[in-house]
Design a protein around this ligand. Sequence first.
Ligand code: SF4
Length: 221
Amino acid sequence: MHRLFTALQLKKLLIQKALGDSYIEAITPLQEKSIDLPNSLDTLKQICTNCHLCELSKSRQRVVFGKGNPNSNIVFIGEAPGATEDSLGEPFVGRAGELLTKMIERVLERPRSSVYISNIVKCRPPNNRTPTPKEALSCRPYILKELEILQPKLIVALGATAFRYLTNDNTPISKARGHFFAYNGSKVLPTYHPSYLLRNPSAKREAYNDMLKIKKYLESV
Ligand code: SF4
């Protein structure tokens, strides 16, 4: 009952924020973390699986929770599930996922199963559109809690949406990519989303350089 009340209060606050109420701006990732979500990935997944906090719950097939090694020092975070992910219930299993796997295996020289992969938004937006602020803010407490549990050394934000909702920074991804940003005692490095790279192969060189930077950083921590 307490959890339901908290969830309803959270939804109300996040909607007000999305609508522009200025006092809600005081909410920071740190404050959102204190919302009563469990300190267990399994229980958090269970809550997400039954979540109806935003409109995406009406059109989704499956909630796509994070997957991978919970002890990994690196976590990759994308925007939202696509059609394949929605149907299989796993993150990054379509064409973009294949490319992400190649980037991890060929540049970082480690198996995909050694890292943890998740999304800012856990349910597929219709026609793969960008999640609205209301949807992203409704879902954000889940990824913040995932990160609090995982405590990675490095978070790789795949694309503008992941970067913006993790850091509250609106710098264009083309300028932010390849730079380190502080995140609650950890670091965030934004780079291009693999879907963008599939549409814009010329950006692969920059993404490759970002992955080399990630590799070097992980070797130093
Ligand atoms: S996108 Fe997130 S907040 Fe919206 S219904 Fe799915 S799990 Fe809940």
